[in-house]
Design a protein. Structure first.
Ligand SMILES: [Zn+2]
Length: 297
């Protein structure tokens, strides 16, 4: 069967749903322009494009579960051709991401792409210095399997994900046990067995409403209004200046002498930050002031 959704309101949208009679909630996401914007920065091989799309869909689904303003970063580091993949999503559903790969990337599956490695999930809350980070080995033969094993190992709420990317859009479905309701293993089994019948073409092509009807037509499901998802980088001149300060005055001065100015291109969005000699001087005069004070103490 061929599914096609023309409803523009479903593009780049995340929607939450709950089962009225069961302690289970879910989220559904379609990424269209959001995913394609991330692909503009690099000429990614097709399998890398798809993996980046799936990871972006996963990050959007997971960050939508945050109970505070902040962001989630998913980072995959592996021994395969794709040695690094980073996706960040804010609680306001602003996404950015990139992947790095070596050599030829064939039509490889997940493990063929990333090899043995690890998945790091970092959760940051706005305005708080401490961050929560957990690292799990890449497991199973898909990104969703690796993420699910993270939830199992960290004794978080039972969570399942279905992810797919291709033909210009990336999509995902997440199911999670309700945090404040009595656990119900039968209910969880019931909804996950139904969800496992989902075909990739359905996940890509159906609207949230059609998909819920297709999967859970016997259950009473309430679908909430959609929230827009967008590609937006969190880079800023302040962050670039922090990075340059951490390189040290001597190092930055040597770049300045070589090139007359210091240009830094954001790896995520391609935006260029350009600093001249005066900018660099004021950058480090602030830094020197701080270190002079710290010597006094
Ligand atoms: Zn940027």
């Amino acid at each position: 069967m061929f599914y096609h959704h023309d409803d523009m309101s479903e593009h780049d949208t995340l929607r939450r749903f709950i089962f009225e009679e069961l302690p289970v909630q879910g989220r559904h996401v379609h990424l269209d322009a959001t995913w394609r914007a991330a692909l503009e920065r690099q000429d990614y091989p097709a399998p890398v494009r798809a993996l980046l799309g799936e990871t972006m869909a996963a990050a959007a689904l997971l960050s939508a579960t945050l109970k505070f303003e902040g962001n989630i970063t998913l980072q995959i580091q592996g021994a395969g051709p794709v040695h690094l993949l980073v996706v960040q999503c804010t609680s306001g559903l602003k996404l950015r991401g990139l992947a790095r790969w070596n050599g030829e990337v064939g039509a490889a599956d997940f493990r063929g792409l990333v090899g043995d490695g690890r998945l790091t999930m970092t959760i940051e809350q706005n305005g708080k210095a401490e961050r929560y980070q957990s690292i799990v080995p890449l497991e199973g033969d898909s990104l969703s399997a690796s993420l699910e094993s993270y939830f199992e190992r960290s004794e978080q709420l039972a969570t399942r994900l279905w992810l797919t990317a291709g033909d210009g859009s990336a999509s995902g479905l997440l199911l999670q046990v309700m945090p404040d309701r009595k656990a119900d293993a039968d209910a969880w089994q019931h909804v996950t067995v139904l969800s496992d019948t989902l075909k990739q073409s359905e996940l890509t092509g159906l609207s949230a409403q059609e998909l819920l009807r297709r999967l859970y037509n016997e259950d009473d499901v309430r679908l909430f209004e959609g929230a827009p998802v967008a590609f937006r980088c969190q880079c800023s001149r302040d962050r670039i200046e922090d990075t340059l300060r951490s390189l040290g005055h001597a190092e930055v001065d040597s770049i300045l002498r070589e090139q007359g100015r210091v240009d830094v291109d954001c790896e995520f969005c391609g935006k260029r930050y350009s600093l001249d000699a005066v900018d660099i001087e004021s950058l480090f005069s602030g830094g020197l002031h701080v270190s002079a004070n710290s010597i006094k103490h």
